[in-house]
Design a protein around this ligand. Sequence first.
Ligand SMILES: [Zn+2]
Ligand SMILES: [Zn+2]
Length: 571
Amino acid sequence: MKNIEIAKIFERIADALEIKGENKFKIIAYRNAAKALSDLTEDISEIYEKGKLLEIPGIGEGIAKKIEEYLKTGRMKKYEEAVSGIPEGLFELLNIPNLGPKTIKLAYESLKVENLQQLLEVINNGSLEKLPMMGKKKVENIKEGIKEYLEKKGEKRRFPIGVVEKVVEYFVSELKNNKFVENIEVAGSYRRHCETVGDIDILVVGKEGGKIIEHFTSLPNVSKVLSKGDTKGSIIDNELNIQIDLRVVDEKSFGSALQYFTGSKAHNIKLRGIAKDLGYKLSEYGIFKEEEYICGRDEIEVYEKLGLVFIPPELREDRGEIELALKGKIPSLVQLKDIKGDLHIHSNYSDGFDDIETIASYGISLGYEYIGIADHSMSVKYAGGLEEERILKQIEEIENLNKKLKNIKILKGSEVDILKDGSLDFKDEILKKLDFVIAAIHQGFKKNVTERMIDAMDNPYVKIIAHPTGRLLSGREGYDVNIEKVMEKASEKNIFLEINSYYDRLDLNEINAKMAKEMGIKLIINTDAHNIKMMNDIKYGVYIARRAWLNKDDIVNTRNLKDFINLLKNG
Ligand SMILES: [Zn+2]
Ligand SMILES: [Zn+2]
């Protein structure tokens, strides 16, 4: 029966029309039709065959036509039209109490809020409150609504690490202020720098465990206390509704507890096996021989006692790291301080917030030798894509700034759209005036994406492919792309694939980034920053690179300016 399927489509149309602020009666008509269809006991196809669609209460002529269209063709033009241009994540927001479609529309249009995480973000940074007709009280109500919604939903969510980080920083800094706390570390998937985190584990060493736990569980950002004792407290925080466990451990066990609670499970199981073979027992309390405590104060010591060199938390997934560590051969992973520049930055020429000089100064403060401006190209109208005239003006402005600025080089680039027919959004005459070209898909996600990317890589000016799979952690599946084919071409043409550091993207992800390395492809870690603060997101890209076992040489923007420019030109 297609009844529920079609009912859902009508619901979605109604939702879309609400977000778009269209006629109320139309919306009601679709909702009624949806209700009528889900209440039906008879198969809608059969009713249609009998020519009796109009006899269903709540189904008028217009709706009946759409049902017919769907039953005949498997598609509904009205549906495609209604949802086009509305990001998937906005629909979820309609379920939040105290948050109406008008506000959703406002947040989407003024602040580019496309999903729940981004909504939480604009609430927390105060920008939603500042919008016309919003204000503190209204935003407080929305916050309540989100809490209610998440509680009702009840499922355990995982959040991008960049979202969780703010919560972690709050609790850690509060605990550091506690005079009884002597040492503190965050363990778990957060420490392994996984792309998403489901709950937070904090370990502290300190006297008066009970008082530390009391302090923790009574902090203002706690919404619920699950348990509290002298050595452990568990709470739910009031921003993400994420569970946080705090454990007070003995100084003698701090290293082994950190190792134990950092995981992963698979890594720990293997490690315990190795301990056993050596006649030891490994637990969160330390390494023991019979009942005798051997060590546990320090994590490095724990690994050494078991015959392994230290394994960075990002690698602890039982993907071969233990075998290597036993031979003393852990790869030296790329570090944040190795990054010398960021090539994917949007300025206020397109949909970025800051002017180029501000971006350059911020780059200097990050210790960069170069930055690259890569605004959108002409056809990306919704993001203020640059017409030819504007990019020529931008090139001139950058050349002038480069004469003026001493400590950083601004590279002239563009994030050029790969159009639906596979051609690029700027002519070669424009592209050749630039220092680098990043090609990207922002339209036609399901349309010959592999072929279009491959075509783009044949253009002699294209050097980088941005966010190669297009996925968003907040729930967009990404392009319909054969990433291996794209990699084959990238390797043949010496194209750099991007690790996009925006925490909702992290694209390439760790698996693909590792595969790229194995195929001999060089990667570039970029932020896709739309304001200077976002340039700090580079660390999330570095995390992905580390989880993908990449070293400094695998990442092109660890090169100094001279070598980097050479790479852009020759290889
Ligand atoms: Zn892009
Ligand atoms: Zn971009």
